[in-house]
Ligand binder design. Sequence first.
Ligand code: GLU
Length: 435
Amino acid sequence: MKVRTRFAPSPTGQPHIGHLRTAAYAFALAKHSDGDFIFRIEDTDQKRYVPEAVTSLKNMLTTFNMNWDEYYVQSERLDLYRAAAEELVATGHAFYCNCPGKNAKKDGYSQILRDPCREKKLTVGAIKLKVPDGEKISFRDLVFQKEISWNTDKVFDATLLKSDGFPTYHLAAAVDDHETNISHVLRGYDWMSSTPIHLLVYRYLGYETPEIGHLTDVQSPEGGKLSKRKGSTSISSFLDHGYLPAALLNFIILLGWAPKDNREMFTLDEFVENFNENGFQKANPVFHTEKLDWFNQQYIRKTADTKLVKMLAKFTDKTGAEITKLIPLVKDRLVTLKDFDALTNYFFTAPAPVPGNAAIISHAISVLEKNFDGKFLEEQSRAFCAQKNIKVGDYFMTLRQAVTGQTATPPLWDIMKILGKEETISRLQSAHGQK
Ligand code: GLU
């Protein structure tokens, strides 16, 4: 049987890291076995529908190179769901309900799981699932690798088709998973409570039950589930902050999945190659931004300078030529692409003069005026320091502060070379109070 997975988001807002993670796992599960990855828009909740979200979800998959093999939009398939709902009514597994509101549970009858319309033999209204009493229903979870079961007495008569003709998630997802031959369903842990409903729908419609796995919840370091309220989790905000897609993806796939050998660096292709269902971890992972920063640094270092220059264009107003010149100096210091300007500011704007040791500065000025050369400065400074009993480190720190206004920078001569003789000496003079 061909492995076929799907990514089935509801277009209700900006794609977030949960979307990216679910998509990446579904993609790898399919592609590891040369299977198909299906992209499905679950837009049956018209009240929450945000049209731009469809474009953003597509962009997310494209940005991360998760190309889909087939694409479906649920609102274009309403006839299928209606037919399935009517079939369930005909076989006695669903019924029409005219109760106002969505379902008994949400209307405040919190204990009433069985709908009052059940026995009324109505022929209009919403169609609800007739959940059997006192049965055990179970499945083996692919992620947790254990059987999970419910007593159907605790499962409510879920709405399958609303009176406006739109299916609910339960019906549409089950029908589509069957119609598109989905072999493995991976979804967020939040959906666990709807699984018994889906299992009943599969059974009553004569569908084979796919493999189902519920992904762990990503936790925020402060505790609790990572959520919008605890800081933005949208993919675009991470990219806008200068995280590289490859780094974000690498970080995210390891939030809940781990290889046997603890390897950390994975491109999407490598993840697909190494993917193994047994790698799903059962404990909720924690989103540590420092770890994401670490991945970002690794990926920035691995990126060719020419490519990095293009990526940086969005984060700085410096010209391509300027970026190209400075990249070798600051590449290792960038945590995100947004750091470029702060790390290179002093190349463009002379620092406010920091008064430094006048003897050191005037020595450096006279050396550089004679011969603007790194080796020469090095030799001369050593001789000077030995004679004056000054530490070479202190000598260069004085110059560093005078030239850049900073205490930690790339090698000073590399900076001086880029600034040029005139600008370097002029900055030294300012620090010396001669200007
Ligand atoms: N439409 C659901 C969501 O937005 C998907 C649930 C599923 O994958 O079955 O997360």
